[in-house]
Design a protein around this ligand. Structure first.
Ligand code: TYM
Length: 329
């Protein structure tokens, strides 16, 4: 079986962007691929966190993966910080990654501008830890949103460089990016991506928003002064809503345009809001169930942490040997 690997940071609550851009594709892969999905709690430390809150968010994120439909008995879902091989390989990869490469990362530039008082070395070397995540599991595909594409290209460059020196140690991973869900846009400014850190609460649909909130946010979504429900780059607001509706209902763009031909924006926005609310409701119910009874999650977490460590350590030992670290006695 081919390997699928991905992760999310445990920073803030997930948005519809995380769900459609990543999680929904992970769900589609669980039969066909051997899947590893992590809670990237080490990555979350690149921004100052409240310890109790971070711990809760990481655990909630785990529950959310499961509530969304990822079966923790089929997929290896684990905490990045529980597998020390990540930090160990990241160090080694840091020694094969150039400052110039890290300097070119647009996410680093954006985050450094936003957190000017805390431009730490972890923020800078964030992509080499992400490369370590992916390469430890010999991933073939990495389902992500388009904002992670540059990091994935760097991962491939690092892996190719390493293989060039030491032989075929790492599988070279491919990004798997959905067509219409690669970048879900803000509902208040459809030229920017929907983001958990947006200050305007109406800009993002959070996965735990209740149905009324979801519908209200869609009703307020910024569109244009035109009246046509047509998929076009000149109409980013409507385009974003069509993408969301198409992805949730499984209808093609053309089918959506046809369905709402001659109808008003109000009616369309309501339909989008309703289909999103309906999709998220069972996920939310399962999430609250999982929070009530901790025993199930505790047992799968332990098992999966061990499984992840087993795979990761195999690659790590190989790398350590290749680069010339002293063998264990
Ligand atoms: P993160 O936590 O920012 O986002 C998690 C996933 O959600 C996708 N995403 C979106 N997709 C479409 N539209 C949006 N508006 C949107 N917003 C977010 C992201 O592309 C991502 O797939 N560095 C990663 C986490 C990570 C990782 C990894 C990913 C750590 N190690 C190894 C893949 C492989 C991150 O910060 O994602």
């Amino acid at each position: 079986k081919k390997v699928s690997y991905s992760a999310m940071q445990s920073t803030g609550t997930l948005t519809l962007g995380n769900y459609l851009g990543a999680l929904d594709n992970w769900l589609k892969m669980q039969e066909e691929y051997e899947c590893f999905y992590a809670i990237a709690d080490l990555h979350s430390l690149t921004i100052r966190q409240n310890p109790a809150e971070l711990r809760k968010r990481a655990r909630d994120l785990y529950a959310l993966y499961v509530a969304a439909g990822l079966d923790p008995e089929k997929n290896c879902i684990y905490f990045q910080s529980h597998v020390s091989a990540h930090a160990e390989l990241a160090w080694i990869l840091n020694c094969f990654t150039y400052m110039g490469e890290l300097n070119r990362m647009t996410q680093f530039k954006d985050k450094a501008a936003k957190h000017a008082d805390n431009i730490n070395a972890g923020l800078f070397t964030y992509p080499s830890l992400m490369a370590a995540d992916i390469l430890l599991y010999q991933a073939d595909v990495v389902p992500v949103g388009v904002d992670q594409k540059q990091h994935l290209e760097l991962t491939r460059d690092i892996a190719n460089r390493f293989n060039g020196i030491y032989g075929d140690v790492f599988t070279i991973p491919e990004a798997y990016i959905g067509k219409s869900t690669a970048k879900i846009m803000s509902l208040q400014d459809p030229t920017r991506k929907m983001s958990k850190s947006d200050e305007n609460p109406n800009a993002s649909i959070l996965l735990m928003d209740d149905p009324d909130t979801i519908i209200r946010k869609f009703k307020r979504a910024v569109t244009d002064s035109d009246m046509e429900i047509r998929y076009s780059d000149d109409k980013p607001g409507i385009q974003n809503l069509i993408n969301i509706y198409s992805c949730i209902t499984g209808k093609t763009i053309e089918e959506v345009e046809k369905e709402f031909d001659g109808k008003g924006y109000g009616e369309f926005k309501l339909a989008v809001g309703e289909c999103v609310a309906n999709r998220l409701k069972p996920l939310q119910d399962r999430f609250y169930e999982l929070q009530k009874d901790k025993t199930y999650l505790n047992s799968v977490i332990k098992e999966n942490d061990e499984k992840a460590a087993y795979f990761a350590n195999k690659t790590l030992r190989k790398v350590q040997k290749k680069v010339g670290l002293t063998e264990r006695i």
